[in-house]
Design a protein around this ligand. Structure first.
Ligand code: FES
Length: 108
């Protein structure tokens, strides 16, 4: 007899659902379709435009963010796969006094 615990699979259809993303240490509940990229979720739903849409194909790196401390290309990452992870954008690198990171100053 097997005693393995099998967690239920979260099924997502093509329709919009709620995804909770933690971005720059703040949790956001977003109503998005499963096909929405992390880049579009950040830019269009959260207004965080520091990550740019350059090629939208994973070649230029303009959309780079950090997910759980690892560099990822947000244009190639589905937003729903980032639930339960910490997403850090260039805006999240600003100092507590609002002073922007030198990289951010160059991206505005
Ligand atoms: S927009 Fe160019 S790599 Fe993502």
């Amino acid at each position: 007899m097997s005693t393995d615990v099998v967690l239920p699979v979260t099924e997502r259809g093509p329709e919009a659902g709620t995804a909770v993303l933690t971005v720059n240490s703040q949790a956001h509940a977003l109503r998005i379709e499963p096909r929405v990229s992390l880049l579009d979720a950040l830019r269009e739903h959260l207004g965080l435009t520091g990550s740019k849409k350059g090629c939208d194909q994973g070649t230029c790196g303009a959309c780079t963010v950090w997910v759980d401390g690892r560099r990822v290309l947000a244009c190639l990452t589905l937003a729903v796969t980032c639930e339960g992870r910490e997403v850090t954008t260039i805006e999240g690198l600003a100092a507590a006094d609002g002073e922007l990171h030198p990289d951010h100053r160059g991206r505005r």
